[in-house]
Design a binder for this molecule. Structure first.
Ligand code: PLP
Length: 403
């Protein structure tokens, strides 16, 4: 049995999304911009998919929804499109724990002369609110971009409150949220709680649509220059012939997400049950972000004295798919920028393990994880000189291979 506990990386494509795509992969292949009835029919259906996404976000109008290729594109569009639309403002505020799809465009804007403030987080994972307020520069700040939920820890930032603070400071500052990890897990209401949010990004493949489709919500009146130039698709705001199959899949995933939201208390209960069992079975285990509101599906652990990659290797041997926060780049193991920003203890920083679930996760999978993870951690620690030094346990010598 394959146990899939890596839903923050990507999700299984829902059968409903596959079915929604099917006609557009065969008979309904027409270009929605063409001038004949079959094309007009496809254009009407595209309008319907846009309305489904708008409904999911509780947007005032489908015209506020742009289909994109992914959340990375949505985020790049926000940073480069708002800066191009208002060159007089040259300061951006974001957080130290954003996804690279925000951090890298910010670094590019810094190279182009922009000032970017990266608001820190506290060791709990909570945003440093005082630093956030201090970062805002009325008359100068162009954009504030704060993720809704963190992809590694699941920690939820109070974006509705933060957007209110921003608008009270200077109503001309734009507020963007990257909702890639909250869409389908937390309710999104751009006409209610999130009514001060101007721009919102999310991605299909984190919510059971295929990889390669996303959306960007742009509140009516928000100044934004297109990031992709070319034809007049998406009301001139994103050129390129529309991807009908994937727009259909995203719309189906948005409809399904409403049902999946109702499943989230069950997912959270399973996550909490697993957390309790692992904490009882594994000494020296940190649960990152545990004191904060978290997305219901995410459990971020840091195991002192061992390496996340070794844990993943052993879990993979047992048919378990999970993730770690450290990234192996150019031969050196860099701990995740999120855990570094949270100042996780050094001996735990490299031993991170992210488990992330979905509405399709079963109790049997949770039970298998509750059994496998302590066994893996125990066996790796027996080989770890750091563990042996810290606990005074003699190091287990691996058996010599048979001659
Ligand atoms: N933003 C966040 C918070 C993410 O977690 C991810 C993907 O992990 C992205 C953006 C990028 O999404 P995509 O793969 O759709 O470009």
């Amino acid at each position: 049995m394959l146990i899939y506990a890596d839903n923050n990386a990507t999700t299984a494509v829902a059968p409903e999304a596959v079915e929604a795509m099917r006609p557009f992969l065969s008979d309904c292949y027409f270009n929605p911009s063409s001038m004949y009835d079959s094309a007009a029919d496809v254009a009407r259906r595209l309008a319907g998919f846009r309305a489904d996404v708008a409904h999911f976000l509780r947007a005032a109008s489908p015209a506020e929804v742009l289909f994109t290729s992914c959340a990375t594109e949505s985020n790049n569009t926000v940073l480069f499109g708002t800066s191009a639309a208002n060159p007089a403002r040259r300061h951006i505020v974001t957080t130290a724990v954003e996804h690279p799809a925000i951090l890298e465009p910010c670094r590019e804007l810094e190279r182009r002369g922009y000032a970017v403030t990266y608001v820190p987080v506290l060791p709990t994972g909570e945003l440093d609110r005082a630093a956030f307020v201090r970062a805002l520069r009325p008359g100068e700040t162009l954009l504030v971009s704060v993720m809704h939920a963190n992809n590694e820890t699941g920690v939820i930032f109070p974006v509705a409150d933060l957007a209110r603070i921003v608008k009270a400071t200077d109503p001309a500052i734009l507020f963007h949220t990257d909702a890639t990890q909250s869409a389908g897990k937390l309710p999104l209401d751009l006409s209610g709680e999130l009514s001060q949010v101007d721009l919102l990004s999310f991605s299909g493949h984190k919510m059971h649509a295929p990889k390669g489709v996303g959306a960007l919500y742009v509140r009516k009146g928000t100044p934004l220059r297109p990031f992709l130039l070319g034809g007049h698709q998406e009301s001139g705001r994103r050129a390129g012939t529309e991807n009908l199959p994937y727009a259909a899949a995203l719309a189906a995933a948005c409809q399904l997400a409403t049902k999946h939201l109702a499943e989230m208390p069950r997912v959270a209960a399973m996550r909490d049950d697993l957390q309790t069992r692992l904490q009882a079975a594994i000494p020296f285990l940190e649960v990152n972000g545990a004191t904060q509101p978290r997305t219901p599906n995410t459990l971020s652990l840091a195991c002192h004295f061992i390496e996340g990659e070794s844990i993943l290797y052993e879990l993979n041997e047992r048919g378990i798919c999970a993730s770690t926060g450290s990234a192996c780049s150019s031969g050196s193991l860099e701990p995740s920028h999120v855990l570094k920003a949270m100042a996780i203890p050094f001996t735990a920083m490299h031993g991170s393990l992210r488990l992330s679930f979905s509405a399709y996760t079963t109790q049997a999978e949770i039970d298998a994880l509750a059994n496998a993870i302590p066994a893996v951690v125990t066996s790796l620690r027996r080989l770890s000189p750091y563990w042996n030094e810290a606990t005074g346990t003699p190091r287990a010598v691996p058996a010599a291979p048979a001659p």
